[in-house]
Design a binder for this molecule. Sequence first.
Ligand code: BGP
Length: 477
Amino acid sequence: MGFPKDFLWGGAVAAHQLEGAWDVDGRGPSICDVLTGGSNDSPREITSHVIEGKNYPNHRGIGYYHTFENDNALFREMGFKCFRTSISWSRIFPQGDELEPNEEGLRFYDRLFADYRAKGMEPVVTLSHFEMPLHLAKEGGFANRKTIECFVRFAATVMRRYHDSVRYWLTFNEVNNQTNTSNPIFAYTNSGLIPDPEMSEHERRQRMWQSVHNEFVASAKVVELGHEINPDFEIGCMLAIVPVYPASSDPEDVMRAEVVMRDRFVFGDVYVNGEYPRYFLKMLERERIHIEEEAEDRAIIARGTVDFISISYYMSSTVTADESKPDVLQSGFRGSVRNPHLQTTSWGWQIDPIGLRYSLCLLYERYRKPIFIVENGIGLYEKPDDEGYIDDEERIEYLREHIAQVRKAIDEDGVEVMGYTVWGCIDVVSFGTGEMKKRYGLIYVDEDDEGRGSHKRSRKKSFSWYRRVIASNGEDL
Ligand code: BGP
């Protein structure tokens, strides 16, 4: 009973939120270098940032590019069994469409992955965590079929190079977030689609689903190729899981929740089953969305199915079919309303540990594949006390309750869970807000939104708590 012996405890980050060194050693600009820092910005605002190339705070991240050895020593001190990060695509292919990689970029990850190994941490690597080279986005992102080839070349290059140092690979981070209609930022970060304020809703959805198809093909090609490069590779998809509850027992609400969930599930359905589900084909037909495909595409998708599913989990959402009521929270699905049973974080994210167990059950019953929780955590405003210490009991509480639910899913529901990595185990630049003040870390980084500070790292209260959790394999929560 309890967590399996080889359970992968650890932490997770993404290259663009912590590495900094955005223009060092031949790296090219990537889509996240020109984010707006306001996840609710309008398409027009996003577009002008992209076109003008405005800077975003992740240009400096937390300087991990130069400090990783010391930072990794802190992760080892917590007893991490694994560490999830991503490869910055534009370090390897600065423009994205070159034929030859940038050797200096590859050398950085040689050193980084060797350091994880030396410190006893299994690297878990996301190939694309909102990091497409900006040049490719300007050429249409994944709506342009050429991007498939560029992504596959990038993936093949790094999978060959690190074939004996990395075993766990994830294709696209939170690939299903782009269906979130209220927020254009995800179509940009997931697929490199620069918002076009003149586009009609139909054109927007047409372009998004075309890109999604191209990403399915790209991902399947990478899974197949990865297994040829090293049959021991474990290659997974990465889905943002936000379970959607009906606001009441009114069957209209129940059906609305089911329909909203489909937009999220279609990704898992294709990655795992290797085919388009019938409800998806019906939706395309109904909305007159036409996907350009090549003859081989469906066969490629059928062959390149994933070995496991990885997920991020932060919150649940609740929807009503009564369109006069919606009160949209950050999760922003059509018809979202507040759930009166749940508290929210300062950023309006509904805290729901049982929702994690519920999601694990749902996913496992649907897919029968092992699940890796590669993101879970809470963003908080934090300030050290006079001794420079951070008592983050609130974070401990959040993590404790979520991990307890994971344990129940394993013990009582029989779900196969491979591992758990706390999101932003060291404070990093927030993806959604571009700020340092939305902190997730178990390690504090003395840096403000403008990058000022000593950059010193210090252990928060949650640091020693998580060390105990890992040392006891989840018994001592
Ligand atoms: C996920 C992303 C991460 C991360 C996290 C927290 O969507 O995969 O990159 O940042 O959410 O989000 P935020 O930083 O906006 O609070």
